[in-house]
Design a protein around this ligand. Sequence first.
Ligand SMILES: [Zn+2]
Length: 389
Amino acid sequence: MIGAPGRGGRVREANAAAVLDAIRVHGPLSRRAVARHTSLSLPTVSRQIATLTELGLLSESPPVAVKGEVGRPTVPVDLNDDVIAACGVHVGITTTTYGLSTLRGVLLDSVRIATPQGRPEKVLDRISREVETLLAHWPERRIVGVGLASGGQVDAERGLIDHGPLGWRGVPARRIVEEVTGLPVHLDGHVPAMATAELLFGEAAGARSALYFYAREMVGVAVAVGGILHRGPGQAGSIAHLPVGGDVPCGCGRTGCLEVTVAERAVLERAARAGVGHRPGIRGVRQAALAGDAAADRILTERARALGTAVGLLRDVVNPDVVVLGGQAFTDAPEYLAAVYSAYAATTVLPSGDIVTTSSFGPDVQAVAACTGLLRRLYAHPFSLVRAG
Ligand SMILES: [Zn+2]
């Protein structure tokens, strides 16, 4: 890591970030077009592009003649997808996912393992060694760091994670993963990281305001305005106990709270009690429903309705331009999306409800989001993570 830059360094880095952003959003672009998008002078843009190209972040595309522009053909510049990669690790309650992505958030590789059990230090040490094995398969890539994402309370500044369901309190996750991998590590909450992935590379790109809604083992939302994610003070917001009706008892003493109604482990418990399934896991419940098991179908329909109701309630509170649904509760059982959407439509009272879309990341959402946690840092402060090599 380079030390903190002086004022001139900060201005140069801010200019570089603006150039990178313009090319990420609109690229490939000519130098002239980058200058238009960033309001920087052409010499400044050319200097930044030279530096970013040397760092492996940008590359020149084949020259094209631009209509209406006389003189030499323009050489457009685009993100260089061939040199640099970001690593990402998502630690979930039952499943841990790690992977590698290009600068555009495209996954090159990803692996899923059962989240190891035991003391958090041991768990993170074990995961970090698995990550090292994956990275060893990509010697030609320059890995700029690791994005580490999880649920619970994530203190990105101090590198600590509190995660109730995992039994983690004040775990120095950044230090542990940095020690094993030797790479800079950036922490982020998993829902903010997923919402960032949608803002940078997904369904919320360019939206004036967006609500991101996540559901698998946990539920969560994030709100972005003008492409900027809202990050509240201290504790992340929670929708775990949003009342969505129904009779599922919750640990908080009430019934019909959202998370306990829709979480995979809760759905599995209900399915087991109803005698559903010869095959294990949430996929087994879905397969039983597809094969005509009425109890399995009822359980999954209930989950879909609870999700749709929650999405409708939150849409009316936030009133965003777009709502993005992500997580396996939506993407692993597409035949139940119709039930999600109809419960949503029956709940929202605002006009023009046709603003809900499902994440294009599908089951890769955790891996893409974890990588994006690091890419966000790279796009904001390119010189803090990448040096000429
Ligand atoms: Zn509750």
